[in-house]
Write a protein that binds this ligand. Structure first.
Ligand code: NDP
Ligand SMILES: Nc1nc(O)c(N)c(N[C@@H]2O[C@H](COP(=O)(O)O)[C@@H](O)[C@H]2O)n1
Length: 229
């Protein structure tokens, strides 16, 4: 977990889905480091939340109110704001959230919104949960890159831990392997129901592997493995 906290410090923003906020109530800061950065230098929390289900009392917002974290941004869908004074929007804005409405919460729209305006996010860490990771792994960009699934991702960090985080703990459920189209090489994956074929995913190579305590950690980078010097 300390490695995750270090990784958080080298990004401008940390993105999670509303499922993670509801299930885990995370803080997304770097408090486990011996010298954590000041709150203003910590990454900005970003929440994907179509219907504004984020609890107004979640830690990300209370930390911001107490000067312990950056202002969270909630990306939601247009038309779910409502004018009603009892609408969740009212409580979320009162709690300090910055709300940004998008036509749809697809990854092209998400990354475009985060890269512009006052946010100017250049380095985004997508921490979870299961559904968010799955849509990111299976998305391709409309405008940039090679248009392959996984092509929006620069690096993947995968930790295998001897500790289970199952339904009795956090409720994590990983995507089925055959639904993940990021691949190590050229072999193809089984098409999903209703699809004739799956586009070949972006290519990744293992750039680093290390042990952190009992956790085995792999870092994968997009592209071909550089030739040995
Ligand atoms: N091991 C790890 O490193 C981590 C594990 N986790 C685990 O993951 C679990 C939560 O996973 P899960 O329940 O899948 O929830 P997620 O955190 O993945 O949130 C998913 C929800 O986000 C909303 N959403 C909006 N836009 C998108 C988009 N483009 N792609 C995907 N989702 C979008 C959707 O809700 P709506 O339609 O309402 O907008 C969706 O149901 C937690 O219990 C936690 O323990 C979480 C973080 C890290
Ligand atoms: N055990 C563990 N190791 C990692 O590397 C992780 N990224 C996580 N996941 C998530 O961390 C969130 C809680 O952390 P904070 O309290 O915000 O520091 C939570 O969402 C976990 O699912 N877990």
């Amino acid at each position: 977990m300390a490695m995750t906290h270090y990784l958080r410090t080298v990004h401008d923003a940390i993105l999670v889905g509303v499922g993670t906020v509801i299930n885990d109530n995370p803080r997304l800061n770097a408090r486990l480091l011996p010298n954590p950065p000041a709150p203003a230098q910590q990454p900005r929390p970003i929440i994907l939340d179509t219907h504004l289900r984020t609890p107004a009392g979640c830690r990300l917002l209370t930390n911001y109110q107490q000067g312990l974290g950056r202002q969270p941004v909630i990306l939601h869908s247009e038309g779910c704001e409502g004018q009603d004074q009892k609408h969740p929007r009212v409580d979320l804005e009162a709690a300090g959230a910055q709300l940004i409405a998008l036509r749809t919460l697809d990854w092209d729209n998400i990354l475009e919104a985060l890269g512009k305006g006052g946010l100017k996010v250049q380095r985004l860490m997508v921490e979870g949960g299961a559904r968010v990771i799955e849509t990111l792994l299976t998305s391709s960009s409309r405008s940039d890159g090679d248009g392959r699934a996984g092509g929006l991702i620069d690096s993947l960090v995968i930790t295998v831990s001897p500790n289970f985080a199952g339904s009795d703990a956090t409720g994590y459920k990983s995507p089925r392997w055959q639904d993940v189209v990021v691949k190590t090489g050229k072999e193809s994956v089984a098409p999903r129901d209703g699809q004739e074929e799956v586009e070949e995913g972006a290519q990744f190579h293992v750039a680093k592997k290390a042990w952190f305590g009992d956790d085995a950690v792999w870092m994968w980078k997009r592209g071909e493995k550089p030739a040995d010097k």
